[in-house]
Design a protein around this ligand. Sequence first.
Ligand code: ATP
Ligand code: MG
Length: 492
Amino acid sequence: MSAVIQLQHISKRFGGLVALNDVDFDLQEGECHALVGENGAGKSTLMRILAGIYTKDEGEYLLDGKVIDLQSPADALRRGIGMIHQELSVMPELSVAENVFLGRQLTNRFGAVDWRRMHQIAQAELGNLGFEDVDVRLPLGTYSLGIQQVVEVLRVILSGARVLIMDEPTSALSHSEVERLVQLVDTLRQSKRSIIYISHFLEEIMRVADRVTVLRDGKKVATLEKQATNVNHLISLMLGHEVNATLPPQIDSGAKTQTLLDVDRLSSDVFTDISFSVQAGEVVGIYGAVGAGHFDLARALFGMYRYDHGTITVEDRRFPRTFSSRYAITHGLAYATESRRKSLLAEEPIFRNITLPHLFRIGRLFPREKRELELSRPQIAAVGVHPDDPFNPVGRLSGGNQQKVAIARWLTFPPRVFIMSEPTRGMDVGAKSEVLSMLREFRNQGYGVVVVSAEPETIIAASDRVIVMSRGKITAQMANHQLNKDTLLRLL
Ligand SMILES: Nc1ncnc2c1ncn2[C@@H]1O[C@H](COP(=O)(O)OP(=O)(O)OP(=O)(O)O)[C@@H](O)[C@H]1O
Ligand SMILES: [Mg+2]
């Protein structure tokens, strides 16, 4: 094997913050090199330097043994280095083939767009990657997130990339889609392409990677052959200490008396006949694959998705058939959505993102900023946002720290029932266990919590009781002590 890329002594600062400090990293031909580390460790920053998005402050960047200086992402792509971002840049309304050739259509010898050839190539290339069942003439939006990601990978490959950077590629994928992505990485490796793979799912890392590099606080801690490490070892390197990421199962106290949320035969176009209740001091997990309808159910409980039949009752108040999110907030509900990028305002400071859902309570009179700061400071500390400057725009935080802000905003005026979709998505093991402890704390204080997730690990670690949904219906209910990952996956 030969080194395609070598980064030597890379440093990068943002103002006073040292994001990368003297980091070495190399990538061999045909290898999958994983990058792991806590939220804010510097993983995405290092990859953005590699892909020409950020410029390095110090250090050398060698491509095929020669020093280069990237000018832009387009420059990186011309040299064969492409990045698949977590927010996919595909166009769902356009066909699969159009997406594959986005920005560089093929023309025939008369200069006209050559659809036939683009269709043929796209279909054949998808087949090579193991996705012959995809029809390239259909709109990309008809396919799952997993397929959309494959199309993005193909687009980057056909633009000439031999190095592919994947930054948390699986964080929004279902279990079976993750399996296909893992296979895709294998296929790419066999065709001599090199992959850099960032993920917080360490078991996944142990499957896909040939080598793993661990970053901590902007410094490289180690680069290891996969055979020379294991999940627990990686965790201790990432954090500098051991951590218990899956908390021990709950002991059911039995005497649950007060019903905080009662959902009775709720139906919509995507879920049918959903009934369950949440008691004070209980965490109820709702588990299902992406597309099972549980995320829309969560939205419906918060007035953000239309339902046609059934009732929602919070404490003793029966909600009207249609209600606003503000109504839901006022009557004791909070909802942290699974798509934090949509719920956060990247340009706005942390404190404003925290007070945003509560501005109607604070009032619009000026000066309200002082009040907003007073309200948000304790929450920033409570969830451990890092760095903790309330004036920092949320878009500058690492992914995991953005998620902490999304949760912190609901602690200002604690709800009776907290509904959270994918509460730990994108979080490192340390932050995950912090959020799980927070859930436990809410529960011990007598709140009801609903955790909606497609990740078996999250459901098992968080819930007292689990409801399984499949294709819009409840298919099983059980107590946490009856659960393990295999059982859950088999119930899908
Ligand atoms: N454009 C920016 N401006 C200011 N600070 C930034 C910027 N981009 C990143 N940072 C800071 O650099 C540090 C490293 O961030 P980075 O996004 O690389 O972390 P990460 O390892 O990818 O974390 P995560 O797992 O949460 O995605 C963080 O402290 C972050 O706040
Ligand atoms: Mg990141």
